[in-house]
Design a binder for this molecule. Structure first.
Ligand SMILES: C[S@@+](CC[C@H](N)C(=O)[O-])C[C@H]1O[C@@H](n2cnc3c(N)ncnc32)[C@H](O)[C@@H]1O
Length: 266
């Protein structure tokens, strides 16, 4: 088994475990996905729709309601899909799938929507190529992803403790843009949003990340328990960021709309 496959198994396990707690902790995820939905063109009338990395299916249901079409929810984590199935109407389909190798026929979809899932792909360019392949000419890929700068307060605070990788790496905008440009789409736009959430204590942020399944799954993560002294050092380091509203956690989000050429454009 390759390292990439192993990583994906860990990602799927982590999100499956988080399925029952995800929705209560997902305020930012709701906001960011709703902002993406709002960016979809008014005239869009897709018939074949995929919610890629659908999680608990919140946006699958929103898409189905907006377009009055059944939506296919795809996710790496079976536990998430089980939860989505239990909380959604029966007409929708749900399937385990990897964004980097979609089990979907070429040129068969009108809209692929994907909120805060593709930052988990080790090879984003593969996911983009797969989206391009399965979209019909004129089809739309709408996705968002986390950028470098996200959770930097936590990343920096951990540096006071040790040299391990404690926070997932997110792609810099300068790395993302060439991938978007090279993905074969006729048109695309990418806008960056910054969100800052505030917490009274560090424990509330780390608890929320755990409830979301957004664990650190890097190969360089430390094994074993976090000792009391290390935690104290981490807390002290994070406290340096405290402002009037509490402890900040910054998220940098790229909101991206890409259109595959129809017959008339190249
Ligand atoms: C932060 S959750 C977002 C869920 C949902 N889109 C939302 O906004 O509420 C990320 C989801 O992406 C899924 N995921 C991660 N890597 C994936 C991949 N390679 N292919 C498909 N889904 C993936 C995870 O299992 C998880 O359910």
């Amino acid at each position: 088994m390759t390292e990439a496959v192993l990583d994906k198994r860990l990602i799927a396990q982590s999100f499956s475990r988080a399925a029952s707690t995800y929705d209560q902790a997902a305020a930012l995820q709701r906001q960011v996905g709703s902002n993406l939905l709002a960016r979809l063109a008014d005239g869009l009338a897709p018939r074949n729709i995929i919610d890629l990395g659908c999680g608990t299916g919140y946006f699958s249901r929103a898409l189905a309601s907006r377009y009055q079409q059944p939506v296919l929810g795809l996710d790496l984590a079976e536990g998430m899909l089980r939860h989505a199935r239990q909380h959604s109407g029966e007409q929708r389909g749900w399937a385990v799938a990897d964004a980097e190798a979609l089990p979907i026929a070429s040129a068969s979809q009108d809209l692929i929507f994907s909120s805060l899932a593709l930052q988990w792909c080790p090879q984003l360019q593969r996911a983009l190529a797969e989206a391009w392949r399965v979209l019909r000419p004129g089809g739309c890929l709408a996705f968002n992803t986390l950028l470098d700068g996200s959770l930097d307060e936590l990343r920096n605070a951990w540096r006071a403790v040790d040299d391990f990788v404690h926070v997932n790496r997110f792609m810099p905008l300068g790395e993302l843009q060439p991938l978007l440009a090279g993905a074969g789409f006729a048109r695309w736009q990418c806008e960056v949003e910054q969100h800052v959430l505030y917490y009274p204590r560090l424990g509330e942020l780390t608890h929320e990340l755990k409830a979301l399944g957004a664990h650190n799954l890097n190969p360089g993560r430390p094994d074993g328990l976090t000792g009391r002294e290390r935690l104290r050092t981490l807390t002290r380091a994070y406290e340096q960021f405290r402002g009037e509203q509490g402890l900040p956690a910054t998220w940098q989000v790229a909101q991206i709309i890409m259109i595959k050429a129809d017959g008339g454009e190249s």
